[in-house]
Design a protein around this ligand. Structure first.
Ligand code: PGA
Length: 254
């Protein structure tokens, strides 16, 4: 049996100014203190809020993550942000390959694996996202798509590195739509991901890797999703923006 603890992360996407982020994190810090030692919690604000976010949550049980990273270490890449820059601020996590980046910025599995590797080399912990579209699900391609994404996005990641990596299964059709995968639908894909991890890294390592579910997770469904064997947490968009709602979502998940 594994002893994976829950890991719940909030993805704020392109919401909240730095001033607003400080306000929400100040409230969250107080609300979530009671969960100390019970699970891992992270919030991923936009780049411009990261510095103040790290300062605001200092000494609390909330960690800060970024939403993207460059695959390059440094140099002439206008507008890009490096792993080292994030690390220097005190950022611990970074979301990589979110479906919105795959869709709107044409990110491929190959690029995502490079970004994950760059993050790990610098000492950041990646949250690597995968998930099928509605069309892919309806044409029965879910397992093929997930298999390709897992293998491609983790290409070159060692056994030691995968233990610092979280995977997030986010069916694209469930993100921001209010449509959640049923716990059974989610578990079925999580089980496949665990099987793929076992093939690549062996059973012992695969049992340690956390796999989050993402896509319209809310206080009303967090308990039933987290109760599933291979679901080890959540990547939460909309429901992480309001301190009370995020608090209830976590409370119900435990
Ligand atoms: P949602 O977003 O919870 O608003 O559906 C999840 C995500 O995109 O990470």
């Amino acid at each position: 049996m594994s002893n994976r603890s829950l890991f719940i992360a909030g993805n704020w996407k392109m919401n909240k100014t730095a001033t607003e982020a400080v306000e929400v994190l100040t409230a969250l810090k107080e609300n979530l203190q009671k969960f100390e030692g019970k699970l891992e919690i992270a919030v991923c604000p936009t780049f411009t809020s990261l510095d103040r976010a790290v300062q605001t949550v200092k000494g609390s049980n909330i960690k800060i993550g970024a939403q993207d990273i460059s695959d390059k270490e440094s140099g002439a890449f206008t507008g890009e942000i490096s792993a080292q820059m994030l690390l220097d601020l005190g950022v611990e996590y970074v979301i990589i390959g979110h479906s919105e980046r795959r869709e709107y910025h044409n990110e491929t599995d190959e690029l995502i694996s490079k970004k994950a590797k760059t993050a790990l080399n610098a000492g950041l912990k990646p949250i690597v996202c995968i998930g099928e579209t509605l069309e892919e699900r309806e044409s029965d391609k879910t397992f093929d798509v997930i298999t390709k994404q897992v293998k491609g996005s983790l290409n070159g990641i060692s056994s030691e590195e995968i233990l610092k990596t979280t995977l997030a299964y986010e069916p694209v059709w469930a993100i921001g739509t209010g449509k959640t995968a049923t716990p059974e639908q989610a578990q079925e894909v999580h089980q496949l991901i665990r099987k793929l991890l076992t093939e690549i890294y062996g059973e012992k390592t695969a049992e340690e890797v956390k796999i989050q579910y993402g896509g319209s997770v809310k206080p009303g469904n967090s308990a039933e999703l987290m109760a599933k064997k291979d679901i080890d947490g959540a990547l939460v968009g909309g429901a992480s923006l309001k301190p009370d709602v995020f608090n209830d979502l976590i409370s119900n998940a435990l």
